[in-house]
Design a protein around this ligand. Structure first.
Ligand SMILES: NC(=O)c1ccc[n+]([C@@H]2O[C@H](COP(=O)([O-])OP(=O)(O)OC[C@H]3O[C@@H](n4cnc5c(N)ncnc54)[C@H](O)[C@@H]3O)[C@@H](O)[C@H]2O)c1
Length: 241
């Protein structure tokens, strides 16, 4: 087994991760914590305690929750070095089947939640800070049956690039990680009849692991990615190659 990469530059830093109770969020929190990062692990309900992490309730659609989280981090840590906007929902629906309520909900969580996550964190971000936003292969190509999700995840990439340019003078970097099909509860929301077909088309074979995504987040969070901003790291086993 390959030894995990180490990023000494991350030691002693402070991070906030949203959606930390989910499959990928948990793995990101564990990976950051293993590098000596103090991690505020947030979700809409209090995530289970995880070694090295401080659980926090934060609904990403609620500006008051963001304000409370930032006030607490400011008081306890004084600054924020890494923000991972990972919370998201999938809720697949075609253009024909999507409803106004469904579309609004997916935009509120996946798009507005990422917008507000970046905006709320701005005053606390240190020089050299890193924001990592979770997009998707669904934010890079089109898939039938995921209309609202695609709209939100393409938007995450657009907001990321715009923020990367705006924040570069403060040496704050903003990037996305775009997962393919990863073994978390979200993947199993796809039509069961289509799951095998999906997997058969992955050139490297099989589902990705949450840790595969966490590894890309670690790199972007670290000083090893000091010259990387406005970029997308695709972690999909070659699915859309
Ligand atoms: N699993 C995959 O195959 C896959 C593929 C591409 C992209 N992604 C992206 O990766 C990210 C993590 O997904 P995952 O696979 O871990 O899914 P998951 O369903 O396991 O976890 C998502 C987490 O987000 C949280 N969440 C939802 N709404 C929230 C809100 N309003 N406020 C705060 N938290 C909220 C949920 O409670 C959950 O803990 C998502 O942005 C997702 O779109 C996942």
């Amino acid at each position: 087994m390959t030894a995990p990469a180490t990023y000494p530059s991350l030691h002693g830093r402070t991070a906030l991760v949203t959606g930390a109770a989910g499959g990928i969020g948990r793995a990101i929190c564990a990976a950051l914590s293993a590098q000596g990062v103090t991690v505020y692990a947030s979700d809409r309900t209090l995530p289970e305690a995880q070694s090295g992490c401080i659980p926090l309730v934060l609904d990403v659609t609620d500006p008051e929750d963001w304000a409370a989280a930032m006030a607490r981090i400011s008081q306890e840590a004084g600054k924020l070095d890494v923000v991972v906007n990972n919370a998201g929902i999938y809720a697949p629906a075609s253009l024909e089947a999507e409803t106004a309520e469904g579309f609004d909900r997916i935009m509120k969580i996946n798009q507005f939640g990422t917008f507000w996550g970046m905006k709320a964190a701005l005053p606390l971000l240190s020089e050299g800070a890193s924001i990592v936003n979770l997009s998707s292969i669904g934010g890079m190509v089109g898939y039938g049956g995921t209309f609202g999700y695609a709209g939100a995840k393409w938007s995450v990439r657009g907001m990321t690039r715009s923020a990367a340019r705006e924040l570069a003078p403060r040496k704050i970097r903003v990037n996305t990680v775009c997962p393919g099909v990863i073994d978390t509860p979200m993947f199993y929301e796809n039509d069961p009849a289509q799951l095998d077909a999906f997997l058969e088309t992955v050139p490297l074979g099989g589902l990705g692991k949450p840790e595969d995504i966490a590894n890309a987040v670690l790199f972007l969070a670290s000083d090893q990615a000091a010259y990387v901003t406005g970029s997308d790291i695709l972690v999909d086993g070659g699915l859309i190659a």
